[in-house]
Design a binder for this molecule. Sequence first.
Ligand SMILES: Cc1cc2nc3c(=O)[nH]c(=O)nc-3n(C[C@H](O)[C@H](O)[C@H](O)COP(=O)(O)OP(=O)(O)OC[C@H]3O[C@@H](n4cnc5c(N)ncnc54)[C@H](O)[C@@H]3O)c2cc1C
Length: 392
Amino acid sequence: MDLTLAPEDLALQRTARAFAREEILPIAAGRDRDYPPEEAFPWHLIEKLDGLGLRTLTVPKALGGCGASHLQQSLVTEELAYGDLGVAVSMDQTFKFTQLLCEETTAGQRERHLPGFLADPKALLAIAISEPQSGTDSFLLYEAPGAGPRMTAKKDGDSYVLNGTKHFISNGGLAKYYFIFARTDPGKPMSQGLTGFIVPLGAPGFTIGEAHSKLGRRLLRNGELVLRDCRVPAGDLLGEWNNGLAIFRRMVSGALIPVMGPARLAFDLARRAVREGGTAEHQWVQMAISEMYMLIEAGRTVLHAAAWHGGQPTDDSKRRLMSKVFASEAAIKVCRMAMELWGEAGALHFADRPTPEKCWRDVLSYLHGFGTNEAVKLKCFPLIPLEGEMGW
Ligand SMILES: Cc1cc2nc3c(=O)[nH]c(=O)nc-3n(C[C@H](O)[C@H](O)[C@H](O)COP(=O)(O)OP(=O)(O)OC[C@H]3O[C@@H](n4cnc5c(N)ncnc54)[C@H](O)[C@@H]3O)c2cc1C
């Protein structure tokens, strides 16, 4: 086993690391504290990321992109998240759904939508399944017909008509293209009655609702999508009618979360504080720093391993989901320990410098994303056949 990163992995990591420290970190705390949710997103950084070739990181080389692997994607977003988790997630969503746009679509769909995505330096992507009445049940295996989204899509002539509301959507209101999942046979469970559609911003009947005001990841816009008799041309159905769940699960499964970026920042902030504050020689402080290091090292290892398996025959949803649970809980613990090591300053808001408090608020969101951690733990093991292998 060789865990050494290849020269091209290291080059990407270096580019993203420098960008996070020079461009994102200096503005993140101020936007987090002082900007309303509709205005906090730093668009100018997206154009710069595009200039570096990072916005189109996962577009296959044959189509003019970098053709980055899942591991490279994970390395880049971890570095960006050191600057700000919201910016990293905006890119991460775009990286994942670029793969959807390039690999799960028909030649006609690529012809219609890919040039608009490639040529526009601010084009981002989003996926939408969550609704006010459905959350975790859209991500895990619930076979009851009543589980999952309520949004409907009905065929009408040569188009589909979508009705319903999505919420919590990352890049909601920022993205140019949306992959929206609706019930096409509400009497059946999601595995037999859910279909995905490609819906560009500005489609008739598609409006952006509220931008949620969040505890963390405040630079990223999470919003509502409102579809009222929204017409989608028949050619923009994603994959097969009533078989959208399989595509959704392949795309959104939790391995690629950049949660160790803020944990690493909190660790650096804690080490600096104990050195400057003269507490570094206390045994408890030394033990805390060692424990934070172990949690970061373990969290990065499970995430990188899950990303490395991504797209290969060894890939599996249990590993991907469990890596998100472990890494998010490790990151939350690291950030909380950093807050303790900062003393009272750990509980203060500052708009002019990075703080462990912001790191902690940011990583908390992964307790819920992709299905809540509790529900993932509850539901993941019944998915594994008793006599099956763990892949060890
Ligand atoms: C920052 C952020 C970004 C997001 N981005 C997107 C996005 O881009 N696209 C998108 O579609 N969605 C997105 N989401 C939504 C996210 O996927 C949901 O929040 C998640 O699926 C959980 O759903 P919920 O919040 O409705 O909680 P619920 O699923 O309603 O959970 C509420 C409570 O019930 C518990 N619970 C749920 N199921 C069970 C069970 N079977 N047994 C026992 N207890 C259970 C949970 O553990 C929790 O305590 C985002 C969420 C956040 C926080």
